[in-house]
Design a protein around this ligand. Structure first.
Ligand SMILES: Nc1ncnc2c1ncn2[C@@H]1O[C@H](COP(=O)(O)OP(=O)(O)O)[C@@H](O)[C@H]1O
Ligand SMILES: [Mg+2]
Length: 422
């Protein structure tokens, strides 16, 4: 089989790495890819949002399966376009991808179908949003409706902060039309878990649990990022809790999408807060998380390709999904200044020291090859992943590996997965 993976981050590198292990696959292309990916796949110089060119490429190369990594092309309807050309493509269509594209849609869906989530109000008027906030008590959470690259959510400790958030979203339009509406919701307290599942719209096959670390500094301090690290499995995810999430959230959501005439096929990612009154939905994503994919895929024992094919054909009831019992920890090494502004083009050393090290993978995110040398080219630069007997062992191993890599200004969190140990 020939496979095309769309995207260029650490998530896509781990997808390519996993797909490359499939005996069904003879050739992998990645558009646009990155220098790490180019060791496993042929990188094609087409951006992830150039649907027309990607589709032409897939037709010309007789691609048997296309896997879409990021959310933006899914929300733009890349799956609909590929389907028109009878190309097999993994991911939800535009109608179903609204689950991530609009927080207003997803909150209304949850409410309508009685699925647990924070109490909320959707507002499209600036003045009304202000007076609503003034009528509520802090802490309070303000969310831009649309895609905002993980920066559109403000967890506000004070009313003033919330009013500022409304100003940036609705008046200054820092997220453009993604801020035409806001969701203002109750602030939940608890531990966060990401639960991802394959679904063909009828059958649901859940993956192992994972936890992301959103903020830039240790101890969950500082501004939010695209994700500074992750681990899997999450100890608080007992089988009892999983069954409750499956019964009260996962199954009802997939069925709700069917009833709305938006059947969902692909990976559904549920961001959950485990509160004292049970699990509640924070948000949905319509694809693998980044860096959750990196830890989940390194623990996946089964070949992922038949599972993706079964998701597309509606035959997920016929496949098995097996896992390695080892734990996995991923640490993101970022450019100095990230998530604010940062320089690019810093030479990276130490990558060769980690080649072929047992149980260690280095997935590239923001890197570039210049005259055969790897240099930094983004905010999140590298993802180092280690597997070990338990979280503690994996954490020790990952930080030993991370310490071998350096570039000017490099920074990373030192406490990834510590929560799962103490
Ligand atoms: N209702 C809430 N109560 C407390 N924290 C929240 C709430 N909603 C979101 N958050 C925090 O904000 C983060 C980002 O929110 P999320 O809804 O996942 O949006 P996005 O990933 O699109 O930025 C969450 O991971 C969580 O830490
Ligand atoms: Mg999120």
């Amino acid at each position: 089989m020939k496979v095309l993976v769309i995207g260029s981050g650490g998530r896509e590198h781990s997808l390519v790495w996993k797909i490359a292990q499939s005996p069904l696959v003879s050739k992998i292309f990645c558009a646009p890819g990155n220098p790490g990916i180019s060791e496993l796949a042929e990188c094609v110089d087409i951006a992830a949002d150039q649907t027309g060119r990607l589709c032409k490429f897939a037709v010309k190369e007789n691609i048997d399966l296309t896997v879409v990594g990021p959310e933006a092309p899914l929300v733009d309807g890349i799956v609909d376009t590929f389907n028109k050309y009878k190309l097999k493509v993994f991911g939800p269509d535009k109608k179903a991808a609204i689950l991530e594209d609009s927080k207003v849609f997803s909150k209304c869906l949850l409410k309508k179908h009685g699925i647990p989530t924070a109490d909320f109000k959707c507002i499209d008027d600036y003045q009304y949003a202000r007076s609503y906030i003034l009528s509520r008590e802090a802490p309070i959470v303000v969310k831009a409706d649309g895609l905002s690259k993980g920066k559109g959510v403000f967890v506000c400790k004070t009313t003033d902060e919330a009013l500022h958030a409304i100003d940036s979203i609705m008046k200054d339009k820092v997220f453009g039309s993604a801020g035409n509406q806001v969701v203002i919701e109750e602030c939940l307290i608890g531990e966060e878990i990401s639960l991802l599942a394959f679904t063909d719209g009828r059958n649901i096959v859940a993956m192992e649990s994972s936890q992301d670390h959103k903020t830039v500094f240790d101890g969950d301090k500082g501004p939010n990022t695209g994700g500074m690290g992750a681990y899997s499995p999450v100890p608080i995810m007992t089988s009892e809790l999983y069954l409750r999430i499956e019964r009260d959230i996962l199954v009802p959501t997939v069925h709700a999408m069917n009833r709305e005439g938006r059947p969902y096929k692909g990976v559904i990612y549920i961001g959950l807060m485990i509160t004292s009154s049970g699990p509640m939905v924070l948000e949905f994503n319509v694809r693998f998380g980044d860096p959750e994919a990196q830890v989940i895929l390194s623990r996946m024992k089964s070949d992922i390709v038949p599972i993706m094919l079964a998701t597309i054909s509606g035959e997920l009831d016929k496949v098995d999904l097996e896992w390695f019992p080892e734990a996995s920890v991923c640490v993101v090494i970022a450019s100095g200044g990230y998530p604010g502004s940062y320089d690019k083009g810093k030479g990276i050393t130490g990558l060769d020291l980690l080649n072929d090290q047992d149980g260690i993978s280095v997935f590239h995110a923001g890197t570039k090859s210049v005259d055969g040398k790897i240099v930094t080219n983004g905010g999140r630069v590298l993802n180092v992943v280690a597997c070990g007997e338990d979280i503690e062992a994996a954490q020790k191993k990952v930080y030993e590996a991370v310490s071998k890599i350096s570039f000017d200004g490099a920074h990373y969190r030192r406490d990834i997965a510590s929560k799962a140990i103490t």
